[in-house]
Design a protein around this ligand. Structure first.
Ligand code: 6XA
Ligand code: ZN
Length: 342
């Protein structure tokens, strides 16, 4: 399996986030992607390719143009306003406030285009976001060209990003962009299977009223887990999308036995939908030692995930999302891919 990777991700480093009442270095850090790349090499998964630069037209198919135009301006506006450190929003247009009026200053715009303070900017953040998009698009092209599967080693991740908002370490929704691109290239139906520990609220928002992209999501129950405000089992899609969104919220402590039942059910629904191609939002923060998550999957479980996905018999694009136990992130992420290939 080919991997697509860009070193430009590393410019998005040293950013800060709010955890348990303190501003601390982000868990979503450059070493994550470097360790996965190292494991791709040592496991001889296949060649590692540099992405081809793509215009943002494919991103504009799922994101609002004003949001995409905003992202490259964040750091310049932040610096021009005399600030240093990480650009982090602190005010959001929630219930009772105006979300329909685009404000003018950088602090206000950061809040306008986000749902939390978890997607901060440093100097190299935009270049990293763009490279992550290029990685996803290049890997999607490899699958479209006829390869059974490809691995988009995206960083930053994407599944929390919606049409016009960032959050949860995510800016451009790489899996959603790729799914839409497959549709635009002629795929009749596309499925997105999100196995990250956190609900992919951005992906769900983007396709919620669509019957041509099925979204299946396995995650920590939002009653008690981030992102808290989406991801319940009764969210089944709306309008033409009715029945094409499926959530599998699970409690803290969930281990392979229960988690794999949800995966089997999701795979059954996926096969019934009969898509032309599958995009997997591949998070490995379901791991028992993940520092911010509460599931109990073991390293030996990840190849089984890959095997189960391979049994679908469909062209498959793996898109990297979360996973913060850096010591094992390479073993677990590449474990899924080698399991797929076995
Ligand atoms: C809240 C936790 C963000 C989780 C990001 C993630 N600061 N999403 O891994 O999949
Ligand atoms: Zn996650």
């Amino acid at each position: 399996m080919k991997t697509v990777y860009s070193p430009l991700h590393a410019g998005h480093g040293g950013q800060m986030e709010l955890v348990a009442g303190a501003i601390v270095p982000g868990f979503e850090k450059p070493s994550r992607a470097e360790i996965i790349r190292g494991r791709v090499e040592s496991e001889k998964l296949g060649p590692i390719l540099t992405p081809v630069s793509h215009p943002l037209a494919a991103a504009a198919r799922v994101h609002r143009q004003d949001y995409l135009d905003f992202l490259p301006t964040v750091w310049p506006l932040w610096e021009a306003s005399g600030k240093s450190g990480s650009a982090i929003p602190f005010t959001w247009p929630t219930r009772g406030l105006r979300g329909d009026v685009r404000p003018k200053t950088i602090d206000a715009l950061l809040g306008y285009y986000s749902f939390d303070g978890g997607a901060s900017f440093v100097k190299g953040t935009w270049e990293a976001i763009k490279s992550s998009y290029d990685v996803a698009m290049t890997a999607a092209g490899i699958v479209k060209a006829g390869e059974r599967a490809a691995f988009a080693l995206c960083r930053p991740p994407g599944h929390h990003a919606g049409a016009a908002f960032m959050g949860g370490y995510c800016y451009i929704n790489n899996a959603a962009v790729a799914a839409q691109w497959f549709r635009d290239q002629g795929a009749a139906r596309v499925s997105i299977l999100d196995v990250d520990y956190h609900h992919g609220n951005g992906t769900q928002e983007i396709f919620y009223r669509r019957g041509d992209v099925q979204v299946l999501n396995l995650h920590g129950d939002p009653m008690t887990e981030y992102p808290f405000f989406l991801g319940h089992a009764d969210e089944r899609g709306a309008g033409e999308g009715e029945g094409f969104n499926q959530n599998y919220p699970m409690p803290f402590g969930t281990s392979w036995e229960r988690w794999s039942e949800a995966l089997d059910d999701a795979c059954g629904k996926l096969l019934a939908y009969a898509p032309d191609v599958v995009a997997v939002s591949l998070g490995v923060d379901t791991f028992e030692k993940d520092p911010i998550s509460q599931f109990k999957l073991k390293s030996a479980d990840y190849p089984k995930i890959g095997k189960r996905i391979a049994a679908l018999g469909l062209p498959t694009l793996f898109v990297m999302e979360g996973g913060y136990a850096v010591d094992e992130i390479g073993i677990n992420a590449v474990g899924v891919l080698t399991g797929f290939e076995s």
